[in-house]
Write a protein that binds this ligand. Structure first.
Ligand code: FAD
Length: 400
């Protein structure tokens, strides 16, 4: 295993902000072992080390920090995201100001076009999309709302992703934008997915073509990995990348584990395996300044094997004579990326959650640790809340 980071400038802490030390480190080398150097693990490592003066070991099986948000300069020198486009957006002042300690920002409003035949149309569907697709001239929000409601087909009850879309915009737009894309992305028909999946992509009667509407929309100025390096740069934090949790000799290692990998993996799948959707990325560099008008083009047709293509320079603002793009393919097998939102999977997760409550030497956090389809800001919020809970609990019980 490679120890990539150890020691940083020691920061002076006011005494009243220190974690109450109700137990001593004793024979243990670390207070906390954190599995996973993504947002969940890195935020907790930073808080425990710098705010509470505790010794933390972070391990990640991947050869780098930053989890799925990892970015790097490719062979051409272009900053790309190894695991697909990550756009930061949040409505939380707390999350934004917390991360702002570790990075400056570049304002960026994400836009996505969907390739439908020869047309590239804004998604989420807005008035521009409708006018271009149907060759109509809807001039107001009221016109567009009426147009959509005339196509909508009421479904009662609304149980699945398909019901949500058809009840809002009808079968034609459903087939054009959602059916094929969802089948490719999830390997399931929308009628087999929870309604919550599509609730993430609203339609609009105006011409606003921004993909997100959050108050804060920005990219870390020097990239995500740089932001994570600053978070983990503390003398109380040791980071081991390329290190499997299962391969660590945990005897005498740490008093408590924070696990941000898949919760079912931690328990050796003893209640059954939680299903995850995986992804594969094909990265390419082209000898042109710019290929697409926006950062991401979606491909909803099942005739095309990938779901979307990203051109990174839109996201990062980098000026470079060449451009790098990535094709994204959904896969059934491979690294776990997305918890699959179906009722039976939630039920199985709940069983693991109950099992976790019986183990007070481990805390589960993050997208895989809590089997939830979380964005980056939600994971940061969850990690900050977990830190506050650990502080409170340790103060009361002294167990952690
Ligand atoms: P991760 O980043 O997955 O980190 C978990 C880490 O734990 C991994 O690095 C893994 O290697 C490690 N690990 C797991 N098990 C073990 C083990 N046994 N031993 C050692 N290490 C282990 N969110 C947004 O807000 N905006 C976006 O635009 C966006 N786009 C996304 C695009 C894609 C393609 C994907 C997949 C996700 C996207 N997200 C986006 C979500 C975002 O990636 C997650 O919210 C965030 O990365 C979750 O952080 P995490 O720490 O929970 O998990």
């Amino acid at each position: 295993s490679l120890i990539v980071e150890q020691a940083g400038a020691r920061r002076q802490m006011p005494a009243d902000r220190q974690f109450p030390r109700t137990t001593r480190l004793g024979s243990m080398a670390y207070d906390y072992l954190i599995v996973g150097a993504g947002f969940a693990g890195s935020v907790l490592a930073e808080r425990l080390a710098s705010e509470s003066d505790l010794k933390v070991l972070v391990c990640d099986r991947r050869p780098h920090i930053a989890g799925n948000a990892y970015d790097y300069h490719d062979a051409a020198g272009i900053l790309v995201h190894k695991y697909g486009p990550h756009i930061f957006h949040t409505n939380s002042d707390d999350v934004f100001s917390y991360l702002s300690r570790f990075t400056a920002w570049r304002p960026y409003e994400h836009r996505v076009l969907s390739q439908v035949g020869n047309l590239r149309l804004p998604v989420p569907i807005n008035r521009t999309t409708l006018n271009a697709l149907y060759g109509v001239d809807l001039r107001s929000e009221a016109d567009a709302a009426r147009f959509l409601s005339e196509r909508a087909r009421p479904c009662d009850p609304i149980l699945t992703s398909r019901d949500v879309v058809i009840s809002q915009i009808g079968p034609d737009l459903y087939k054009t934008f959602f059916e094929g894309y969802t089948r490719k992305q999830w390997g399931l028909d929308p009628s087999e997915l929870d309604r919550s999946v599509t609730a993430r992509v609203p339609t609009r009667a105006n011409e606003d073509d921004r993909y997100f509407l959050d108050a804060f929309q920005a990219m870390p100025l020097e990239g995500y990995t740089r932001m994570f390096q600053r978070m983990l740069d503390h003398e109380n934090i040791t980071v081991m990348v390329g290190t499997e949790f299962a391969d660590l000799d945990r005897k005498g290692l740490a008093r408590h584990t924070i696990f941000t990998g898949p919760i079912d993996e931690y328990f050796d799948h003893r209640l059954g395996s939680l299903p995850y959707r995986s992804l594969e990325f094909r990265h390419e560099t082209h000898d042109v300044r710019r290929m697409f008008p926006v950062g991401v083009i979606n491909y909803p047709s099942e005739d095309v094997p990938f779901t979307r293509v990203t051109e990174y320079k839109h996201l990062t603002g980098q000026v470079h004579p060449e451009t790098s793009i990535s094709y994204e393919y959904s896969r059934a097998d491979g690294d776990p990326y997305y918890p699959i939102p179906r009722a039976e999977n939630q039920a199985l997760y709940k069983q693991y959650e109950a099992l976790a409550r019986e183990h007070d030497d481990v805390t589960f956090v993050g997208r895989l640790g809590t089997y939830k389809y979380y964005n980056m800001d939600q994971v940061v919020g969850q990690a900050l809340a977990t830190y506050r809970r650990l502080v409170a609990k340790r103060g009361v019980t002294g167990k952690l």
